[in-house]
Structures are given as structure tokens and as C-alpha cells.
Design a binder for this molecule. Sequence first.
Ligand code: ASP
Length: 325
Amino acid sequence: MKKILLIATGGTIASRKTEEGLAPSITPQELLAHVPDAAALCQIHTLQPLNLDSTNIRPEHWLELARLIEDHYSAYDGFVLCHGTDTLAYTASALSYLIQHTRKPIVLTGAQRSIDEDTTDAKVNLLDALRYACAGDSGVCIVFGSHVIAGTRARKSRTKSYNAFTSLNFPDLASVHESRVVRYIPWEDQGEPVFYHKLNTRVFLLKLTPGMDPAAFAMAGQLCDGLIIESYGMGGIPHLYLEELDRLIQAGKTVVMATQVPQEGSDLSVYQVGKHVKERYHLLETYDMTLESTVTKLMWVLGQTQDQREIRRLFCQTVNYDMLF
Ligand code: ASP
């Protein structure tokens, strides 16, 4: 029988009503008591390093979770993390960069309703996650609402419905229906797992809005080593910000161009507003990556190196299906 480590971190799945609103308080043992069928699937041990609404999850928690998995890696066949849905896509992306080439499944799940409620998606999601973790090779992924999504491709796209997550610009890896796992994307074995222990959190995501004060560029630049500019459509920089952009580049900041449009990605080479800045400054761009992946990948890359060439090499390398181009 497979051995699975269940790591509980809080979120709605583990929340109860309080006078101040829903707050996490359900223990991992209580979670498991709601899914008695899990005992027939695998042997489960539990840990609860955190008990937070995922609104409060920060990069140091991602490092803590990755370290916990590393410490227990050889003792288990797979890992299931219960997590709040609000920042689940960020944690799944961060773990995709911190734990690369893992053959053992690292499966994140959560729920839109607490496992304590009469009507809830929590039991199905938890059972599906355990079932998927027992199914074999798969890397870091999210199991939610029957969908299995690569850890770098998820977006929380609904705040209330059970099918809360969408895989952006990439197909689901698989689906779980009752006791069946149907795989759409075959697992590619990439050798031994590599664990990373450093993130540079001085990354800032600046969303452009028409006519935004150029001073925002300067202020964002002071706060970070890596600036992601969330531009419009296929991507471009309004004339209003060209001087500030030049200053940022001269100051040695890494600038990545992203788009506010969730589907199909950026291509700076199409319009004059993008092409000339890309050529002049050799800007990095996200193409079809999600913003969650872009933020966490840049933290990972800048945590490994300060060398501009190496930054470019690492950022452009595909990790856990994060970019296709
Ligand atoms: N606020 C909750 C959280 O992210 C929402 C959820 O889990 O669905 O922790």
C-alpha cells in the first residue's frame, strides 16, 4: 500500500464559522475522519505546519513547505497539501520551482466549502487528491473539481463555484472521476529531483492602467530587483513611461513584460509599442506563462543568480510545463 504524507495548511477546507467569519481550525485528523474511504487507498501520515487562511501565505511558507517535503521525500510515495484556494496557484507555482523533476506526486487541493458543511466539495477534492497521489508519477499539480492542473498553469477563476480553477494556455494534465484517473499528458521523466532553498522576494508586479502616474514606475523600481510589468494585449510600453523604464534598466533591475489578458499570452514583437522596447533593452517576456508562475519563477531565478545572462537562461527554461514557446 502506498504511503502518503498529508500536509494541512488551513484554508476553507479546514475552516469553521466564527463570529468574525470563516477561519481555519480543523486538524488533519479531523479532515481524514470525513473521508473514511481514504483508508482503503493508502496509508496516510499527517503534518500541520501552518493553519492559515491562504491570504496570509507568504514566500517563507513556500520555502518551509518545500523543505518539509524534502525532509520527508524518501519516506513517502506522494504528498497531498490541503491549502486555501485564494493563493493556491501561487503556492503550486512556487513549489514547482523549488522542487523540480519530482517523480513523486506533490498534489495541492482545497475546497470552496468547509469539510464540516453538509454540502461541500471538500470530501471529493481530498479523496481525488489522495487517489491521484497514489496513481504514480506526476510532479507538482493541483487536483480540484475533478481537474488535474500543472502546478504552474492554474488560475483561480471563480470565487464561489466548485470548478474554481482553470488551466491557462495548457490542457489539464488529467482528470479524476470517481475511482478513475484519466491522463491526457503523459509524464516525462526528467531524472532525479532537485530541491532549491532560496527565493529573492524583491519582485514587484506593476499593473498598467491608462494614464497611470509615471512615478509609480520609480517607486516600484525602488522596492524590487525584478519588476514584472503587466501590460495590455500582446504587450507594449506606453510612451509616458519610457524614461522611467530606461532608468530602471540602467539601475540593473530585471524587467519582465507580461500581459493582463489571461489567454494566449504576450508577443512583444508584433506592435511598435512593444517591438522597439524589446529590441532596445532585450526585455524578458512571459509569453504564455501565468502571472502566478511569472512572479514565483522570477523569485526563484533571482534567488539563484544575479548574472543577467544566467537570469535570462533560467527564466526562459521550461519548468513543469510553465511555458510552451
Ligand atoms: N480565503 C480562503 C483561503 O484561501 C478561501 C478558500 O480556501 O477557498 O484560505
